[in-house]
Design a protein around this ligand. Structure first.
Ligand SMILES: [Zn+2]
Length: 350
């Protein structure tokens, strides 16, 4: 029996279309008035987009309904699905807390509300009936001013019981003009003992080597093995892990064919760079983590042994997994007790 770790999943993009449709139905929202039936909505919600920008626009649809009042509703359904259908033992959920605060408030008031959002997400993620180890990654955002992003880093520092890391999101083509800000925010985060990841080298426009030294993991990073394989040596030396989300690149128009990922995996394995396979926006993609694994096997991008290497890497690079090893060892002791007592008399034989 295998249990998995998911390191890259957005709270907004994790709402599966059926759950969002039901929510809109129950709350009489205008958002679905244009769709005659569920199938049309699902098609609209999950269809591939031409660019990363177009794709990210969809997040605003979900963000608008994820408020302090409704977050427990969505998170309960997210964890239930992850436990029952995905065999997740560990989940890091990422989002921008500022974008879950009421838009009509002032910037200062919205910043003040962020702590409540983190607490609500933290408490809602603890479900005894679906026991997954969870933690939050707070995303700075390219659309937000420096002061808000600084407050997001401070919030992460102050809430380490709920938050395991910081990230930057919102489209990797926009980092360049504010590079000094991102560097200083990450530098500050590291000085406060925060773990770091960041959406980087996802698209051809997102190749910013200046940020690499500040990241412990790299959100996507696929353009490194594809376009800049000479960087892999230093990535391996720093022990950085790539969070590769196969379906995303097809939905955003970044890759034309999933088989282009073979080069990503081959070059990373050869250079000793770890890869964690993730879903990014499982709901928007109508995708679940085990199917991402299966797709990579079906297209001969990786083999079973390499898949297990990536699954183990995910637990090793998980920021808040509380054990030194994946859950396989724990489960083996429970499922096969006699084999773990080599040299002892089995009670059944006495
Ligand atoms: Zn992402």
């Amino acid at each position: 029996m295998a249990l998995y770790a998911e390191l890259h999943r957005h709270l907004g993009g994790s709402v599966v279309p059926r759950v969002l449709w039901r929510y809109f139905e129950r709350h009489g929202q205008d958002s679905i008035a244009q769709f005659a039936e569920y199938g049309e909505f699902e098609e609209f919600y999950t269809r591939p987009r031409n660019t990363l920008d177009e794709y990210l626009e969809l997040h605003t649809l979900v963000e608008s309904v994820q408020t302090v009042e409704t977050l427990p509703y969505f998170i309960y359904r997210l964890l239930r699905g992850a436990y029952v259908f995905e065999n997740l033992a560990y989940l890091e959920l990422r989002y921008t807390p500022y974008l879950r605060t009421p838009e009509h408030l002032s910037q200062t008031a919205r910043i003040d509300k962020m702590a409540e959002i983190v607490e609500v997400v933290g408490k809602a993620s603890h479900l005894p009936e679906y026991p997954i180890v969870t933690s939050q990654i707070l995303c700075m955002h390219t659309r937000l001013p420096y002061e808000v992003n600084q407050a997001i880093v401070d919030l992460a520092v102050q809430n380490k019981q709920y938050v395991c890391a910081i990230d930057v999101a919102g489209g990797d083509r926009y980092y360049h003009e504010r590079m000094a800000e991102w560097v200083s925010l990450y530098d500050y985060g590291r000085s406060q003992g925060l773990n770091t990841t960041g959406h980087l080298y996802e698209t051809r426009d997102g190749c910013h080597p200046e940020l690499l030294p500040y990241l412990m993991r790299i959100g996507h990073g696929i353009q490194i093995p594809l376009l800049f394989p000479e960087l892999l040596k230093e990535i391996a030396q720093r022990g950085q892990c790539l969070e590769v989300c196969p379906t995303t690149y097809l939905k955003t128009g970044t890759l034309e064919d999933i088989r282009q990922l073979k080069l990503v995996f081959d070059r990373c394995f050869a250079a000793g760079v770890d890869i964690a396979i993730c879903t990014d926006n499982a709901g928007l993609h109508n995708m679940r983590l085990p199917f991402e694994y299966e797709n990579l096997l079906t297209y001969d991008i990786i083999n079973f042994e390499q898949l297990q290497t990536c699954q183990n890497a995910a637990f090793r690079h998980a920021f808040a997994w509380p054990y030194n090893h994946p859950p396989t060892l724990l489960l083996d002791k429970v499922l096969k007790p006699s084999q773990n007592r080599v040299g002892l008399t089995s009670p059944a034989k006495v």
